[in-house]
Design a protein around this ligand. Structure first.
Ligand code: SF4
Length: 315
């Protein structure tokens, strides 16, 4: 007979064997409408953003949660769409997360580097490092066939990063690519053209070795270039039937010690994702107050337990 965990055992196991970090999908609005989007983000989405006060309350509470990874992700949609409505929004979110003790991973499609907002945004990013000179900060960009002009926008971003000496030495750029040919034929050639000297052979010997980073030639700056992990079967990728990843919740929680994100979005939802499913609950209670993180975890663990039972029953 199978040894099926009770609800209490299952929730205890999740709570004590995994590491949690917050992930803010601050808006669904995006300048692009990619076919592989794991949301249904695009230019016609509602221009709503998670209120800064919500990010603050969630981050402040999250810092005391058990087994937390002190890295917060800012994602979307495209986070920089906020500049169209409230130019102070992104600098405030970054300040709020830093004050709550988190280092930041900022996911951006970098399309804004080709717009008139570019200098404002670059100035804000630079001024963040002026105020937080030792901040560890990671920019995540995509180099693929789905994001329009991704080689050009990534290079625009790298030109700024490579030539700017006022950034923290702990900042790095993380690039995910979908095709090795695209990487070598287009991206590396563009980098050479713009005199960005990638040094893809020499590895640093400091903390960046842990994330398999490379150095830029002659600069104390770091870049990680790694292949895509695949396309989740969610959102528009699901609609378009182009997902390359399928996984069950229980499989995605099969390695104790793994870091899992708890996502908060601009619809007021809080959720766990795996490659092809989502369990979610509102992050506010019926009276409009933000629920404590421990309560949200409990609600999500209970929803996961129902999936666990369903998966165990059909084995
Ligand atoms: S994949 Fe990213 S850039 Fe493309 S539509 Fe979705 S959020 Fe926007």
């Amino acid at each position: 007979m199978k040894n099926i965990l009770s609800r209490a055992e299952f929730c205890y196991w999740l709570d004590n064997n995994f590491v949690w970090s917050p992930f803010f999908k601050i808006t669904n609005l995006c300048n692009y409408c990619c076919a592989h989007c794991c949301e249904r983000s695009g230019p016609n989405a509602e221009p709503t953003f998670i209120p800064i006060a919500d990010v603050r309350a969630i981050a402040e509470d999250f810092r005391y949660t058990k087994n937390k990874m002190p890295i917060a992700v800012i994602s979307g949609g495209e986070p920089m769409m906020a500049y169209k409505y409230a130019p102070y929004y992104i600098p405030n979110i970054m300040k709020t997360l830093t004050r709550a003790g988190f280092t930041i991973e900022l996911k951006t499609n970098a399309g804004w580097t080709l717009t008139e907002n570019a200098s404002v945004i670059f100035n804000d990013l630079e001024s963040y490092f002026y105020k937080n000179p030792n901040a560890y900060f990671s920019y995540h960009l995509s180099l693929d066939k789905f994001h329009p002009q991704s080689a050009t926008t990534t290079i625009e971003f790298l030109k700024w990063f490579y030539n700017n000496d006022k950034l923290s030495r702990r900042a790095n750029v993380h690039i995910f690519y979908d095709s090795p040919d695209f990487l070598t034929d287009t991206f590396v050639q563009l980098a050479e053209k713009h005199k960005i000297m990638l040094d893809l052979k020499n590895k640093p010997k400091n903390e960046f070795a842990k994330i398999d980073a490379n150095l830029f030639c002659g600069k104390e700056k770091y870049i990680v270039i790694e292949p895509y992990h695949g396309i989740d079967n969610l959102g528009r990728a699901f609609d378009n039937k182009i997902a390359t990843k399928q996984s069950s919740f229980i499989k995605s929680f099969s390695k104790p010690g793994d870091v899992h994100t708890i996502t908060f979005d601009s619809n007021g939802d809080c959720y766990f994702d795996c490659a092809s499913e989502r369990v979610k609950t509102p992050y506010r209670n019926a009276r409009g107050k933000i629920k404590p993180i421990e309560q949200l975890k409990k609600e999500l663990f209970n929803l996961l337990y129902d999936r666990y039972l369903a998966e165990e029953m059909i084995k």
